[in-house]
Write a protein that binds this ligand. Sequence first.
Ligand SMILES: [Ca+2]
Ligand SMILES: [Ca+2]
Ligand SMILES: [Ca+2]
Ligand SMILES: [Ca+2]
Length: 543
Amino acid sequence: MAVLAVGGLWWLAASGTIGRGGAAALPPPRFVEEAEAAGVGHTFAGDDGYFVGGGVATFDCDDDGLPDLYLAGGAAPAALYRNRSTPGGPLRFEDITEPAVALDHVTGAYPLDVDGDRHTDIVVLRLGEEVLLRGLGDCRFAAADASFGFDGGPGWTTAFSATWETPDAKLPTLAFGDYQELDAQGEWTGRCSDDRLLRPTPGGTSYAPPIALSPSFCTLSMLFSDWDRSGRSDLRVSNDRHYYREDGQEQLWRIDPGVAPRLYTQAEGWQPLRIWGMGIADEDLDGDGYPEYYLTSQGDNKLQTLANGPATPDYKDIALKLGVTAHRPYTGDVSLASTAWHPAFEDVNDDGYPDLFVTKGNVERQLDNAIKDPSNLLIGQADGTFVEGGEAAGIVDFEKARGAAVADLNADGLPDIVQVVRRANVRLWRNLGAGEGTTTQPMGHWLGVNLDQDAPNHDAIGAWIAVRAGDLHRDREVTVGGGHVSGQLVPIHFGLGRATKAEVQVTWPDGEVGPWLPTDADGVITVRRGASAVEPVSPVVAP
Ligand SMILES: [Ca+2]
Ligand SMILES: [Ca+2]
Ligand SMILES: [Ca+2]
Ligand SMILES: [Ca+2]
């Protein structure tokens, strides 16, 4: 990578006096739950095989600017909902599930344009064979395994990530994480299956046989991320220590194009970490251009930052320092340990400081862990720390949350929350900002950024987007993977605080750095590679 975007050091000032002009962080926004009123009735169902999983793919399958939802159903069929919300208004969805998408045994799903035809496809994870659903446009899909030469395997799959290893690769490299091995009767064994890496055949448009990522330790989240800004994305793997073998731990696979994957070792700086790993989220929180990684678990959650710069993958934990351990419920069973699943960084109050949403919920009836265990909404402060805002935001809920999305469902610039729930209806939390009742009141200014480049990696997975406005500077990596069996492909969101204008710069996946382009706030833009100006996007709702 020729040039590394250097971010500001705005949160490093303990007093919040560097950057952002010392602007105060805003309070939590208010949310109202609207799933039933919006027309969404969908439960992640099933017994033992579905105590993990429960994901959602959030993306716009009919190109109207409003994200649609593909929801895992576990033992019940998966469902596809078209977003019919009026921009700025209440959430409204229409069940458009057709047989091609009503798959059973679905644990989770990620949106990804696998074949580079600008119709987003869905990678469907299952207790059983994975399915690639090829997007046909207008929210229609067809199973595409045979044409991709894709082997979905027989396992219990609970994690996914993807990357284009080289700019000329015609297909992305896919990583699948599996949980426990199943016996001949399909019963779980307590032993961990090997994770799998699927690479395209050299220069080809189909997949070679899977490469085993061995050893594996019952994986529940994976993320390709360019942790050292080398231009190469390595694969982070988060594992459930409940089923570890003796040497189980979190993992970082080095993925060099054309070379067999290998684990980073302790001699290279990788520090053994043993957690009940459930989900991964990455965000450059300290503005140094390198991502921090939030890892969910039972009890203490982790926040990792490079200990000695990008030369070695040596991470230290700063969760306690920044106030994001979220190890016990803030209300409910407050004396017991929490069980955390899907993490997502998003600026939910548009003040320019990243916030952190974490879903919570007991595995089933683990009595040493909290049963009443509400999801967290940790609000970013000017000094870089976070303060719990779940109760003030109105999102306290004691059902067992799993996968999620934090995405603007009604195109008003306030990120909303989709939360898949085990044995209960999906939650759709509409963000009202500073509003009350059901009335919306904006908090700060904002920007949504779509990227577009030539085929096959149209969505520029692996790019970095920098946004600056006055003293505010943020870098975000465009990834596919992480979370808990849930992915989103929506405009990358930036809260801008009081700024009404901003500039955006893209570092494309092959390392080319685009120009700083001016833009107005409060809308979604597309940055096309090579263009000398941004392109405003307006949401259009079909009649
Ligand atoms: Ca849509
Ligand atoms: Ca496609
Ligand atoms: Ca914020
Ligand atoms: Ca919204």
